[in-house]
Design a protein around this ligand. Structure first.
Ligand code: COA
Length: 157
């Protein structure tokens, strides 16, 4: 838990290999089946505009990666926070930055998949205004189902 002021947190795009290494460490601490360094590298090259980091005092403590599909749908690919900094509003801040980016591009709908067993992530998304959509059976390599969740983004006038 991070008790200091959330205003000290910088949200910025991924830039270089040092950033990627920091993301990879968070990835390994956060998932049973983490993305490989190589996959993260490919994703950061393809989607550098929508691969955002949260940083405090030059230390990377979380990331979000999202894409735009078919020019109308935002899709959250992954989000994770360093366990030491969880429950401090940092993932909420990253999601807000992602939503701001998408709204500026005129995107109206945001979608994501969460493991059915990932109750913390599901609570997090519900808190942020996502709604439960539908289940995709056998979505993950271990056979686990995914819950698809959606959020409608309000356009700024
Ligand atoms: C899910 C995750 C990204 C949340 O990050 P975070 O920075 O801790 O989230 P926030 O502090 O912004 O939490 C916002 C809200 O989400 C909910 N929430 C977050 N963590 C929670 C927890 N451990 N238990 C219950 N609710 C939780 C709460 O409603 C929280 O608001 P509150 O603290 O005012 O009660 C983080 O737990 C994580 O990295 N998990 C591992 C990776 C992962 O599962 N990613 C999602 C893949 S689908």
């Amino acid at each position: 838990m991070y008790n200091d002021n959330l205003n000290n947190i910088v949200i910025r795009r991924i830039k270089n290999e040092d950033d990627l290494r920091a993301v990879y460490i968070i990835e390994q601490m956060s998932f049973n089946n983490p993305y490989s360094f190589e996959l993260l590298s490919i994703l950061s090259n393809l989607h550098y505009e929508t691969f955002l980091l949260a940083e405090i005092d030059h230390r990377i403590i979380g990331y979000i990666m999202f894409i735009i599909q078919r020019n109308y749908l935002g899709h959250i690919i992954s989000i994770a926070i360093d366990p030491l900094y969880r429950r401090s509003g940092i993932a909420s801040k990253l999601m807000e930055a992602a939503e701001d980016h998408l709204k500026k591009k005129g995107i109206l709908v945001l979608r994501l998949e969460a493991r059915v067993s990932n109750l913390i992530a599901r609570k997090f998304y519900l808190k942020l205004g996502f709604k439960n959509g539908y289940i995709i059976p056998n979505y993950y390599t271990n056979g686990e189902s995914a819950l698809v969740m959606f959020k409608l983004l309000k356009q700024e006038k």
